[in-house]
Design a protein around this ligand. Structure first.
Ligand SMILES: *Cc1c(COP(=O)(O)O)cnc(C)c1O
Length: 867
């Protein structure tokens, strides 16, 4: 399905220096375990390694591949061995990553520099093979090697399961950030959880979402390296006891705990053709050894096995809720497990080099919290410094409050994490004590600043009073962090004005904005090789690490020959997308039609419903013969609904129901198609964004913190139809208003409208809207399932509809009319497409990371020795 796998890419490749002169080398599963056992001695014998660097040519790859295939994996060609061939290829490439990994670690350690740790419950990495080949600049050699052996690269690449350890934008952001940090040669380590089951696989049956478990590790994960030598113990439950030393100092012991082991699995994160390989360390929960033993000795064999399972449950499954919290105890366990294991890991390294001297710790370490999910890191760092390293409160607080930085990802109240105090205290008694102490000290600061303002203290307390007391994790994060950022300009402003208003008044200096970005390596160079080649032919290939270079494309937008080539690339990418839609949806998309795409998590605030209303309106126009000057459209909608989110699942059902009627009606032939793409995921987006003409970014203004799908589409030359929400505002600023289809209320207007919102009146006054609702209400799309869309219809008619769907209908339909008109002039459309790509430079995650580094992290850029 991929077009010109190696040939278009090879021209992209920059000649690279002789990277990776490492002195030692780790290879394969078998050798690793040998090295691990020997490493238990104080120093591993230097003779284990000391190998010359591995060749980057096709012949060397062939040799390694064949050895892994026939010796390590013990296979021959007699059976279907695609999975083993895939593994052989990965292990061959991983060896080359491991060389650079070691050099990178060495360079960081020699520089003795400051480091940042990116703590996140989600890393939505997707597939790693293509990215590794691109970043190692070994893609052409690999293609040649496989060709020599008569193997199809594409077939092997399709063996790889997406690493779906995230829900959506937040998890994918973490993945893009890691890519940028490695490319910028910044000493940043990702810490996350190695979920046994990632994001569920979505099947569609009878138009409804079915969730299937994503056992992505079933066939093993050849990318990761387990590191039992760094296993860490994490405590749960028990109680605390206070002791007084001779000198009168009191200290606390957290006792009678139920401990769980945290086992690290390291995943290499290669930078773009620069010899750097950073680390993503993912923790797996395992039972402790003596935990097993004691129970076994007591004779309760089955109970022991069961509790072993209970320990391992912690990292069993990713919670599939995007933008909503569920308050489940297991989720809090996951959060603390990540925070504790990671901090202990970092402190162990510190103590190894600095002993118990923490005077420079804050200078040398920074923790970036990806949303409130890892906020247990705040009290946990306090606990470790005080209870494990003998520090007093003030010193520990000075370190904690100088090292924590918090990124907020949403204003939606349903997404703000709160934990019941009683559950928190049962599970993490020592942490709750510390949180209460942080709160007491901080509230006395508030009281000093605002004497007598009891209401403000109540408002700002980390502990929410009420029927059931709750820990407000966002407030804890703000209080402890030296930096608090939103993820787009509008979002950061709204944070200061609303959610964190009191905090902004108290500590304005903490607040800043970091507009999100996406990595141009995966989202342009890798996923769109033909466009990349066209761009590089026109402006050189520096854009891949300096996306602002794309500005140079503007000059080419005026050349007819360039526009023709640009259009041809888009056509080829549309053909690729159409093939996927045919395969996965059984719907035929004509590549001459406008490809109108909305892919993202299904959520009412993202308003897939508004999109469907427009499609129904188009269908209505066809049915009443209003098709003069028609622009044919193929509409694609995709995304997963949280399994417990009834309205989101009903919207999926609606899309499929409307699609069935439209696609089955001969009147729509050549004019309109609608398809729901099942199982939207990273590897699907790599095909979708290059083949899209129109990107739907239509959230209710003020609700989408940033969006990053919008950026992937823009980079690949799609036009955006969107509201003034999140990063859309900045996208429009960069592209120019004339290259963006704007509609809808502003965030301010949204809030003002709520008081007098009357959707029934809006519908009644709009002939088109009335007909659309007529079709919906008449059961036209649910003849055999009467009433199933009533909840959706009611939400549209409700004066309390938080998403104001009806308010933006007219404006949306009018903007879509302008899209239709614009698409008719293919030459003008292509020019706008080029301008969108040309002005997408700001939305590289490299820019975002440089902003974080300049204003928050202050890390040096360090290149590993190249031999
Ligand atoms: C980029 C991306 C997202 C985020 O999309 P938004 O439109 O910003 O919500 C979600 N899921 C996947 C698989 C992505 O690649």
């Amino acid at each position: 399905m991929r077009i010109a796998w190696s040939d278009t890419r090879s021209s992209l490749a920059c000649p690279d220096s002789g990277l990776g002169r490492s002195q030692t080398r780790l290879t394969g599963y078998v050798q690793e375990s040998i090295i691990n056992t020997r490493a238990k001695k104080p120093q591993a014998p230097a003779t284990i390694g000391n190998l010359p660097p591995l060749g980057m040519d096709a012949d060397s790859i062939v040799d390694d591949f064949r050895r892994y295939f026939s010796h390590t994996l013990g296979r021959d060609e007699s059976t279907d061995t695609n999975p083993q061939m895939y593994t052989s290829l990965v292990l061959s490439l991983r060896d080359r990553l491991v060389e650079r990994w070691r050099n990178t670690r060495l360079a960081y350690s020699e520089a003795d520099c400051k480091r940042t740790y990116y703590l996140s419950l989600e890393f939505l990495m997707g597939r790693a093979l293509g990215n590794a080949m691109l970043n190692l600049d070994i893609d052409p050699a690999t293609a040649t090697a496989l060709r020599q052996m008569g193997i199809e690269l594409e077939a092997l690449a399709d063996q790889e399961h997406d690493a779906g350890l995230g829900n959506g934008g937040l998890g994918r952001l973490a993945a893009c950030f890691l890519d940028s940090c490695a490319t910028l040669q910044l000493p940043v380590t990702g810490y996350g959880i190695r979920y046994e089951y990632g994001m569920f696989r979505q099947k569609i049956e009878n138009g409804c979402q079915l969730e299937e478990p994503d056992h992505w590790l079933r066939d093993g994960n050849p990318w990761e390296i387990e590191r039992p030598e760094f296993a860490t113990r994490v405590k749960f439950g028990g109680h605390t006891e206070y002791f007084t030393e001779q000198h009168g100092r009191t200290f606390v012991r957290w006792m009678n705990t139920r401990d769980v082991m945290a086992m690290p699995h390291d995943v290499p994160v290669p930078g773009y053709q620069n010899g750097t390989v950073n680390t993503l360390r993912l923790w797996r929960a395992a039972a402790t050894e003596e935990f097993d033993l004691s129970e076994f000795n007591a004779g309760s064999y089955t109970e022991a096995v069961a509790s072993k399972n209970a320990a391992e449950h912690i990292t069993m499954v990713l919670y599939p809720n995007d933008s909503s919290e569920n308050g489940k105890e297991l989720r809090l366990r996951q959060q603390y497990f990540l925070a504790s294991a990671s901090l202990q890991d970092i402190l162990r390294e510190w103590v190894k080099h600095q002993g118990n001297d923490f005077s420079r710790f804050a200078e040398k370490n920074c923790f970036q919290l990806n949303d409130t999910h890892p906020t247990c890191a705040v009290p946990e760092l306090m606990r470790l410094l005080m209870d494990e390293h003998g520090m007093g409160w003030d010193d520990a607080w000075a370190i904690t409050s100088k090292t924590m930085a918090y990124t907020n990802h949403t204003l939606l109240p349903e997404a703000l994490e709160k934990w019941s105090v009683s559950m928190f205290g049962r599970l993490l008694p020592r942490l709750l004590e510390i949180i209460c102490e942080i709160n007491a000290r901080y509230l006395s600061e508030v009281a000093l600043r605002y004497p007598g303002d009891i209401e403000r203290q109540r408002r700002m307390s980390i502990i929410e009073e009420g029927h059931e007391k709750q820990v407000r994790m966002a407030y804890l994060a703000v209080v402890a962090s030296f930096s608090v950022n939103g993820v787009a300009a509008l979002h950061s402003e709204l944070l200061q004005e609303h959610l964190f208003r009191d905090f902004y008044e108290l500590w304005p200096h903490k607040f800043n904005n970091k507009t999100n970005g996406v990595t141009p390596r995966r989202w342009l160079a890798w996923s769109n090789p033909e466009l990349s080649k066209l761009i590089s032919d026109a402006i050189g290939d520096d854009w891949c690490t300096d996306l602002s270079q794309l500005q140079k494309l503007k000059a080419h937008a005026d050349k007819a020959t360039f526009r023709k080539k640009w259009r041809a690339v888009k056509q080829a990418n549309k053909a690729r997308l159409a093939e996927m839609v045919q395969q996965d949806c059984g719907v035929t998309f004509d590549t001459n039609a406008l490809f109108d795409v909305q892919v993202k998590r299904i959520h009412e605030y993202k308003r897939q419903l508004l999109n469907v209303l427009h499609v129904i309106h188009l269908y209505d126009r066809i049915k009443r013969g209003d098709t003069a000057n028609w622009t044919p459209r193929c509409v694609l909608i995709g995304g997963k609904a949280a399994p417990g989110y009834m309205m989101a699942k009903r919207i999926i059902k609606l899309v499929n129901a409307v699609a069935k009627v439209i696609n089955g009606d001969p009147a729509t032939e050549g004019l309109l198609r609608l398809a729901f793409l099942p199982d939207y995921r990273v590897s699907a987006m790599e095909v979708i964004s290059p083949g899209t003409d129109l990107s739907e970014q239509i959230s209710t203004a003020g609700k989408e913190a940033s969006g990053t799908g919008n950026m992937k589409f823009m980079m690949n030359g799609a036009m955006t139809i969107g509201t003034l929400d999140g990063a859309n505002i900045e996208i429009r600023e960069e592209a120019g208003a004339e290259n963006f289809f704007l509609f809808g209320l502003t965030a301010q207007e949204v809030e003002a409208t709520r008081h007098h919102y009357d959707p029934a009146a809006i519908i009644h006054a709009d002939e088109d809207f009335k007909r659309v609702m007529g079709l919906l209400c008449s059961g036209n799309f649910n003849l055999f399932e009467p009433g199933i869309f009533d909840p959706i219809i009611n939400s549209i008619y409700s004066p309390n509809d938080p998403w104001l769907t009806a308010a933006d209908f007219r404006s949306f339909v009018d903007a879509q009319r302008r899209v239709d008109q614009a698409y008719k002039d293919q030459d003008a459309w292509t020019r706008m497409s080029i301008i969108n790509t040309a002005t997408s430079g700001k939305f590289s995650s490299d820019r975002t990371i440089l902003d974080y580094n300049r204003e928050v992290w202050h890390l040096p850029q360090i290149a590993p020795k190249q031999g």
